[in-house]
Design a protein around this ligand. Structure first.
Ligand code: PMP
Length: 450
């Protein structure tokens, strides 16, 4: 076995024998700001905010450490079931409701992370319809190429093709309908025109809603900017989604696990599209990854269903031991304080625009880069075998992995994700960090993709 670190671990999203065979596994031992240090003492610029879009405020911040240790001095844990609470959960809920005031969000259901948030959002959506007198509304709609976590609900909604991550775990939740994503670069209509593409997507969505009986559909869930597939919907897609949901009485759930708290250049991704969803799922940036935390926020319409139905059907038979963990909430309060004080959504937009400008020429310079896209600090390079046909690279050939390994050699961590390279810098990046990231990536492409 080559990978000495993993002999006792099963890693998420990996094949154990492939992990065991890794020659130069990533083993990060410390981190500060936007840099990490690996086991060989190499300092690397992190272009991924901790690998998974989390550490928006940067690593090892004194304000974060202070908030966490203060809370530990005060109290490590107390639960929230049945009405119990503690100061940090109360404060963080108030903070979240005030941050999402324009969306008319009224209440917060705390969870331990993104998958938990999605799972509970689905349950809340179904229960809402029960209270609202439409108990047949049980089905869900999600987009192809989407990612909503790995619990059974989120896995059932997963939009990967050929079974994607669903296959090994079937049979999954029934009644999960997948519709086309608004992907300009690759769609079944070979359509490059944003407005035409939206028309096609919306027409298909309406056809599916009607085919499946609209009064059996509980909710449509979508990522405002699709993280794993890095699909940025054209401007009017989300407003059209909102219209269709309203027309058919379907709840709109914005999965803001990545886009929440500034990453796409706006405080919430849906706000960036001028849309107020009914439910928001949150995680990652909520505590900047310092302590696991997630949340579901519900708007007034949903709250009202509970307010006006004061009977047993409204009992929420769902909850997680660590819902609103005091230390996680303390981290959340400190992280969101930094997001606001340093106006990180604005910085994400500025640095994201700058990075995108610098990366765009990669599509001309390198034979395998078919498309470069980004919104805020969510960016990606699409790798293709043929630029004309846009045929994706054969993932088994490992081009993305090789590029990421080369970038690492040149001092930066980027994320290889199947047929693309993803970039998700911390929201505190400066232009000189962006330059350093582009430089390492450019050297990597020059070496591997010529
Ligand atoms: N929804 C979205 C949009 C995500 O990107 C993720 C995680 N990347 C999840 C849900 C699941 O979150 P977690 O991994 O914290 O369970």
């Amino acid at each position: 076995m080559t990978n000495q670190y993993s002999k006792d671990i099963w890693h998420p999203f990996s094949h154990p024998t492939a992990v065991d065979a890794q020659i130069d596994p990533i083993h990060i031992v410390s981190a500060d700001g936007v840099y990490v240090k690996d086991d060989q003492g190499r300092e690397l610029l992190d272009g991924t905010a901790g690998g998974l879009w989390c550490v928006n405020v940067g690593q090892s911040r004194p304000e974060m450490k202070k908030a966490i240790t203060n809370q530990l001095d005060e109290m490590a844990f107390y639960h929230m079931f049945g009405g119990a609470s503690h100061p940090r959960s109360t404060e963080l809920a108030a903070k979240l409701v005030s941050m999402a005031k324009p969306e008319n969000m009224k209440r917060v259901f705390f969870t331990s992370g993104g998958s938990d948030s999605v799972e509970n959002a689905l349950k809340i959506a179904r229960q809402y319809h029960v209270l609202n007198g439409e108990p047949d509304r049980k089905k869900f709609i999600s987009l192809k190429c989407s990612y909503h976590g790995t619990h059974f609900g989120g896995t059932s909604l997963h939009g990967g093709d050929k079974g994607g991550v669903r296959r090994n775990y079937e049979p999954l939740l029934g009644g999960c309908i997948k519709v086309e994503a608004p992907w300009l670069y690759r769609n079944p209509w070979h359509c490059d025109d944003p407005e035409q593409l939206i028309d096609s997507c919306i027409n298909q969505l309406i056809a599916e809603i009607e085919f499946n009986a609209s009064d059996t559909i509980a909710a449509l869930i979508a990522e405002p900017v699709m993280g794993g597939s890095l699909i940025i919907p054209p401007e009017s897609y989300w407003p059209r989604l909102r219209e269709v949901c309203d027309q058919y009485g379907i709840l709109l759930i914005a999965d803001e696990v990545i886009t929440g708290f500034g990453r796409s250049g706006c405080l919430f991704g849906s706000r960036g599209w001028g849309v107020a969803p009914d439910i928001m799922t949150l995680a990652k940036g909520i505590s900047s990854g310092y302590i696991p935390l997630g949340a579901v926020m519900i708007n007034e319409r949903i709250e009202q269903a509970w307010e006006t139905n004061n009977d047993a059907r409204g009992f929420i038979s769902s909850g997680i031991t660590y819902s609103g963990h005091p230390v996680a909430c303390a981290a959340g309060l400190a992280a969101l304080d930094i997001v606001e004080k340093e106006n990180l959504p604005k910085n994400a937009k500025i640095q994201g625009d700058y990075l995108l400008e610098k990366l765009k020429p990669f599509a001309e310079k390198f034979p395998s880069v078919g498309d470069v896209r980004g919104k805020g600090l969510m960016l990606g390079l699409e790798l293709v075998a043929d630029k004309k046909t846009r045929q994706p690279v054969d993932v088994a050939k490992g081009l993305a992995l090789n590029i990421a390994a080369a970038a690492r050699k040149h001092g930066a961590l980027v994320r290889p994700a199947g047929q693309r390279i993803l970039l998700a810098p911390h929201l505190i990046y400066t232009t000189s960090h962006c330059d350093q990231l582009v430089d390492a990536l450019s050297k990597a492409f020059n070496e591997i993709d010529r």
